[in-house]
Design a protein around this ligand. Sequence first.
Ligand code: GCU
Length: 422
Amino acid sequence: MKSLVWLALSLFLVPSIFAQPQGYLYDEAKVPHYTLPDLLTTQKGTTVKTVKDWETRRRSEVLALFEEHMYGRSPGRPAKLSFHVVEEAERVLGGLADRRQVEVRFAGKADGPRMTVLIYRPAKARKAVPAFLTLNFRGNHTIHADPAIRLPHSWVRGRTQGETVNNRATEKGRGVAAHRWAVEAILKRGYALATLYYGDIDPDFDDDWQNGVHALYPKPKPNEWGSVATWAWGLSRAMDYLETDQTIDARRVAVMGHSRLGKTSLWAGASDPRFAMVISNNSGCGGAALSRRTFGETVKRINTSFPHWFNDNFQKYNGNENACPVDQHMLVALAAPRPVYIASAVEDRWADPYGEFLSGLHANPVYQLYKLPGMPAAKQPAVDQPVMGTIGYHVRTGKHDVTDFDWEQYLKFADKHFKAKK
Ligand code: GCU
């Protein structure tokens, strides 16, 4: 009887345990002992003592290690990249925003691989405004019910019935992800929102590199771009456009992403210093969470379920995290001295909230070289109690998702850091 009561109680109190994939480590007491690679010791064993040492020697080394062993090396900007404003309107969303939709053609061809960037900016803005640049999961048209948003032309993952037909987006998808996008709040605070569908860059399935921008390049070698790096490459191409857009202040663009797209925003921030701020929302394994903890999702599991996300070299670290010359605190540190915000959710144990906090904390030595506060808390802050240094962090109530609470913190964090940059 007692055990039945206990079972009923635990089912009621901790439903999140049951929502996470089973057979993985969720017990903090069982996290193995591990030693993180030292951010301030070079491969040759010399100690990094100054910003100059970091910038001239160690930073490029760490970036190259991530390219070689994990995300993969990406090509640069294609010579024929071209931008085309395909739609534009003023005073939309009840007068709050001006809208622009821009097609970015990777090889300059209208029928070749391309992506569409949707931009809303505050209608009343007289000067160039700061922006959030964010990939979306299901098409630009899913972020808001605005009927003028173009449907994606590319392969889309089907979810709800009717939302896609043969993996093509339909009208039924309009606004289905709106709860994750605080569009009006962002605009009212004076920021633009630029978003694009990640599948336009590289469809998210193991297609042996046939589709999206990969159609233009040879099949990646074991140390070349996986899908996360490819999506980050697409963000850099969106940035190439934003730099030409007079209405956007390209020096104040925060790259933000959720989950696999949070992994992507971290890599985009690491590999492209034009992003002035980096925001990781519930990015977990391969994002902000330390791999060596093996808490929740592991390297082996992610490489098995999603073999196309990282490069082939990363497979070497399946069940062998300690052999990897990098861990995720080094990814956060690659953004320094730029601000980074890491957000976790209590019930998102698969993404290892504590491991996400720790990677921010262990990035501090690099921020300290710059005499910046980095992560301002030595211990993981209490639930729903954000902290904001040059690194920001919160673990909020609830599940793996993007909520208004998350956006509210990102807006505060952007106000804090972008105001000084005006
Ligand atoms: C899966 C995956 C995670 C990823 C998430 C998402 O849960 O295991 O690594 O972050 O999908 O992108 O939604």
